[in-house]
Unconditional design. Structure first.
Length: 267
């Protein structure tokens, strides 16, 4: 007897689940769990990472990310407004900045800020300032386009209503357009914050002392003395302590504010 379309889909989906279960069982049987446990989950090695992995590495990662996000958000807003300006040179400068820095790997930006800028200007940047500049430059190019899209997504009628009440263009932008734009772009900004948290691992390129290490550099140093990859697992779990709450926040923002975007989606 021929199966209906719904029955065929159900049978196909069941087959996929069974295949996945078989693969998991086979891999579990073939794996050497003793070696895996010793290499990745050595409790003695993990215990030696505390409390410094929290009080130093995790704290520094959060500080670097916050500094870079604050600069990137401010610079991104400025660039977005320049991109929308009626003054052509402003648009050209913003467009060139965005395209240039979106096209460069974050690794090169860190090297340029940490080595190139001090060499060119014969000065030494404080390490936190250099990290903030590098992360801010990396994120601002992406945030600028996100903010620009959010501003353009605000209905034109909102601007016309504000202008009809006698508001100046600047006041209309500050009090009417930008608040509504940020309501629209909150979810993608949360995603940018997650990406910036991972980019903070490049801070090791600017040199470090034991008290300046972020999570990635802390785990690298611990690997030298450890008997396996447990320090990497500990660092990974600490990253998840940051990124999972941010992901949950992003999902909630999408549910709460998604309807605020024209068409019912997010930017």
């Amino acid at each position: 007897m021929a199966l209906s379309r719904r029955q065929r889909r159900s049978a196909f989906r069941t087959g996929q689940y069974v295949l996945l279960l078989v693969i998991v069982i086979v891999l579990a049987l073939l794996a050497d769990w003793g070696k895996i446990g010793k290499a990745f989950f050595d409790l003695e090695v993990a215990a030696n990472q505390f409390p410094e992995v929290i009080t130093v590495a995790l704290k520094n990662t959060i500080v670097f990310t916050a500094l870079g996000f604050a600069l990137g958000l401010g610079l991104g807003l400025l660039l977005a407004l320049m991109r929308l300006s009626s003054v052509a040179p402003y648009r050209w400068v913003a467009r060139g900045y965005i395209e240039f820095f979106r096209g460069l790997p974050a690794l090169l930006i860190f090297i340029a800020v940490g080595i190139g800028v001090p060499t060119a200007f014969n000065t030494n940047l404080p390490r936190n300032i250099a990290i903030m500049l590098a992360l801010g430059i990396v994120s601002s190019a992406y945030m600028a386009e996100t903010i620009r899209a959010g501003i353009q997504a605000v209905p034109r009628g909102q601007v016309e209503a504000a202008r009809s009440l006698g508001m100046s263009p600047a006041r209309t932008m500050i009090t009417v357009v930008i608040p509504q734009a940020f309501r629209i772009i909150l979810p993608p900004l949360a995603n940018e914050l997650i990406m910036l948290t991972k980019d903070s691992s490049l801070a090791f390129l600017l040199g470090t002392t034991p008290l300046q290490q972020e999570l990635a550099q802390f785990s690298r140093q611990a690997l030298i003395q450890a008997r396996g990859l447990t320090p990497v697992v500990v660092a990974g779990l600490c990253y998840l302590v940051i990124t999972i709450p941010l992901s949950i926040l992003q999902q909630r923002l999408e549910k709460k504010y998604g309807a605020g975007v024209p068409g019912g989606g997010t930017v």
